[in-house]
Design a binder for this molecule. Structure first.
Ligand SMILES: *Cc1c(COP(=O)(O)O)cnc(C)c1O
Length: 228
């Protein structure tokens, strides 16, 4: 299937889920996760009209950026080693995986001339050991500590739901992230407006949208998962 056809299907699901969740579908941004695919396939995403690209590795992300750079808004969605921050900081517009102070410190150090990096704080809502992210109870204290880093702007929270056969089982995790986001948003912290929710992947983005996602990260359903 072409990216264009896949996009139509994804948009239809976002629309239907927005209606179910009593939301405005235009508030849901699609991040095309191109980590599995070629530069060529990634450029089809842009041709189809998606502007957000997500990559989870620095080196491969930079290869795509070198080819497509200024045509897209770049989201780093994978776990990020502090020593690699300096290589990607000028290319990526958002980091979805902020989960420790040492990483915040490095991002802060590498940001040039008063600019801010838009960061999502990653939360492990399901408590699975294999997943990174903060425990929900540790999230607000962590965000308060980020006030020490003027180059970090906490735009929202991100989570990865567990993979389950029955999608309905992930709903409580998305709901929990939304509630946590609303609590933090309500504090009006200057460095942490926290209006956004990065949640939902190919197998569960419909439910994530119903529960309030403003950024969905979609790879397989949009570009496939084979290098083409
Ligand atoms: C790979 C990846 C995605 C996209 O996964 P699909 O199931 O292919 O849609 C989303 N978020 C993160 C953090 C990923 O690593």
């Amino acid at each position: 299937m072409s990216v264009y056809e896949n996009l139509k299907d994804v948009q239809a699901i976002i629309h239907a889920s927005s209606m179910r969740g009593k939301r405005d579908p235009s508030k849901v941004n699609i991040i095309a996760v191109t980590k599995y695919v070629s530069i060529q396939r990634a450029s089809e995403v842009l041709d189809a009209g998606v502007i957000h690209i997500g990559e989870n590795r620095v080196d491969e992300g930079l290869e795509k950026w070198n080819a497509l750079g200024d045509k897209a808004t770049w989201h780093f969605i994978g776990s990020l080693q502090s020593k690699k921050v300096k290589n990607m900081i000028d290319q990526f517009d958002y980091i979805h995986s902020l989960d420790r102070l040492s990483l915040a410190k490095e991002i802060n150090k590498r940001m040039a001339n008063g600019k801010k990096m838009k960061c999502f704080v990653q939360v492990n809502v399901s408590g699975e050991e294999s997943k990174s992210g903060l425990h929900p109870n540790d999230t607000l204290p962590f965000i308060k500590e980020l006030a020490d880093f003027p180059a970090i702007e906490v735009v929202g929270l991100m989570t990865m739901a567990p993979f389950v056969e029955n999608n309905e089982l992930v709903r409580p995790f998305f709901r929990k992230l939304r509630e946590l986001k609303e609590d933090i948003e309500g504090l009006n912290l200057p460095h942490a407006p926290c209006h956004e929710l990065s949640m939902g992947m190919s197998n569960d983005f419909g439910i994530a949208v119903e529960e309030g996602a403003t950024f969905v990260r979609i790879g397989t359903a949009l570009v496939g998962n084979e290098k083409v």
